[in-house]
Design a protein around this ligand. Structure first.
Ligand SMILES: Nc1ncnc2c1ncn2[C@@H]1O[C@H](COP(=O)(O)OP(=O)(O)OP(=O)(O)O)[C@@H](O)[C@H]1O
Ligand SMILES: [Mg+2]
Length: 497
């Protein structure tokens, strides 16, 4: 193994000398240059012959096999090299005395790796060695890793061991990876030579399920569902089902739908693709975008009912309805772009993507739809199998409030909690509004004043709700009175005739 390595070094030194000679020759007269060129070519031929001979000799006497993993294969970076580098680097960093620190792109923290050129490893009682090195070609430095092991263990090492190394390397990479948030670019900006269908930025939303305010039992169920899905690759394969899962999050604005998506990404360490359907012109564009998403990611379509005509006729009726005109801020975007909207993505296009194309390329994908109006969605879109889990996020309950009090004020209990519990039962307030009231207004936290301000806000909300209800009742009575008068009039007229 050592012999093979030193021959490689000798070889690269001679090649370097040849290259230097070839560079120098341009300073010589033409006649001498031709002679030098012939000499260099002849020497190189000799050298490759010598090297081949040496390789054969070494192979004959050495019982070891060497596999080389170059950093690049052609123009493409070799993913095996990256995974091996991570695996070898992470191997017993605690034991190594020499460490190397690097802040790699897409990595969320400083990565410490061993700075040794040779690292030994053991698998099933078999010892192997990893050697890192580089060969300098004319234009670049070609880095590589070599795996050296005894011929006797060829099957074990080239099979299960390498599988294990690649998987482990990728898992370490995923753990260190900085999650990213992707948004789709309008097709006018797509270029044919560069894959720029999506723009991405680091995803830094710190929301977790721990800080998400909702019923603890429901929360537990969702976490279990997500974790089971993320570990279920083999199970899905066994069932013959594509490894994907759909979640429909519905509820009024400010109840934590977007926060839950961030918590999902942070729990599973998945990237998020925020798909803005209004900028997608047709089903073909949609297909292109989705086939460009990576495995183990969350694809989100927010406010699905407002995004496109995926709600069928009902969407148009809703636009006309006075109930929705004016105060449905989430659909404002739709109304603003109503005139210039050119998107022709259809419900069937979206369903095809959920059921077909998308499932066939890439795995471990989660699809999340959010809406404020679940009853306005076409049942075909949200049926089980497409949207597997329907999660309602609703107004703040007492349990949810306790989570918020812990998050914002570090409080587990307080004398005012009881009163708040009663008020929360009597009135509807979103977790976003409760959180806003609990937010300390001064640098120094004052839990009492925050809780009192929440109580005040709850009482105002209760009063407003009561006034609204009374007004509604009065209107109803007035309407009924008018109807009664109308009928009495009719009856009277009948009597007259
Ligand atoms: N359940 C919750 N737990 C913790 N914080 C919440 C919760 N709901 C809302 N919040 C807070 O309120 C803010 C707004 O919530 P979020 O954006 O998740 O609401 P949403 O349901 O997505 O609303 P919309 O329907 O308008 O998109 C969040 O940044 C978060 O601070
Ligand atoms: Mg939202």
């Amino acid at each position: 193994m050592v012999i093979g390595e030193s021959w490689a070094q000798i070889g690269s030194t001679i090649a370097g000398l040849m290259f230097a000679l070839a560079t120098l020759q341009q300073f010589f007269p033409l006649q001498l240059r031709v002679t030098l060129e012939q000499f260099v070519l002849a020497t190189l031929q000799q050298f490759s012959f010598v090297q081949k001979f040496c390789d054969k000799l070494v192979n004959f006497f050495s019982p070891y096999i060497t596999i080389t993993f170059p950093e690049y294969s052609g123009y493409w970076s070799n993913q095996a090299y990256t995974a091996i580098e991570t695996y070898v680097g992470a191997r017993s960093t605690t034991e190594a005395s020499q460490l190397k620190g690097s802040l790699i792109r897409n990595s969320k923290a400083l990565v410490l790796t061993r700075d040794d050129r040779k690292v030994s490893d053991e698998f099933d009682g078999v010892k192997v060695w990893w050697v890192s090195g580089s060969s300098t070609s004319t234009s670049s430095e070609d880095k590589y890793y070599q795996l050296i092991f005894h011929r006797r263990h060829r099957d074990l090492i080239t099979g299960p061991y390498l599988d294990y190394v690649l998987e482990e390397g990728k898992a370490i990479e995923a753990r260190n990876k900085q999650r990213r948030l992707y948004t789709n670019n309008p097709s006018e900006n797509w270029s044919s030579y560069k894959k720029n269908l999506w723009s991405d930025i680091p995803f830094e939303n710190p929301a977790t399920f721990q800080t998400l305010a909702m019923d603890p039992k429901k929360k537990e169920e969702i976490i279990n569902d997500l974790v089971t899905f993320s570990k279920g690759k083999d199970y899905y394969t066994k069932l013959g089902k594509p490894w994907k899962r759909g979640y429909l999050l519905y509820g009024p604005p400010g109840t934590g739908k977007s926060t839950m998506i961030a918590a999902m990404a942070n729990l599973l360490n998945y990237d998020i693709y925020d798909l803005e359907l209004t900028t997608v012109k047709n089903n073909t564009e949609l297909r292109k975008l989705l086939t460009e998403t990576s495995s183990k990611s969350i694809i989100v379509i927010e406010d699905i009912d407002c995004s496109l005509d995926v709600t069928g006729q009902r969407n148009k009726e809703r636009a006309k309805s006075s109930e929705n005109l004016g105060h449905d801020l989430n659909c404002k975007r739709e109304k603003e772009s109503e005139n210039e909207k050119t998107s022709k993505v259809t419900l069937s296009g979206l369903l095809n993507f959920i059921d077909g194309t998308w499932s066939a390329c890439g795995t471990g994908r989660i699809l999340v739809f959010t809406t404020n109006h679940v009853n306005k969605l076409d049942p075909a879109l949200i049926r089980r199998g497409r949207m597997d889990l329907h999660i309602e996020l609703s107004y703040c309950s007492f349990e949810a409030f306790k989570t918020l009090a812990r998050n914002y004020l570090d409080l587990d209990s307080h004398d005012l909690f009881e009163n708040i519990g009663i008020l929360l039962k009597e009135t509807d307030m979103t977790p976003a509004d409760v959180a806003e009231n609990l937010m300390p207004k001064r640098e120094k936290k004052d839990p009492d004043s925050c809780l009192e301000s929440l109580i005040q806000a709850l009482e105002v909300a209760k009063e407003n709700a009561k006034l609204k209800a009374d007004k509604g009742k009065a209107l109803k009575v007035k309407k009924e009175g008018r109807t009664n008068k109308f009928y009495t009039g009719l009856i009277k007229k009948r009597w007259l005739f």
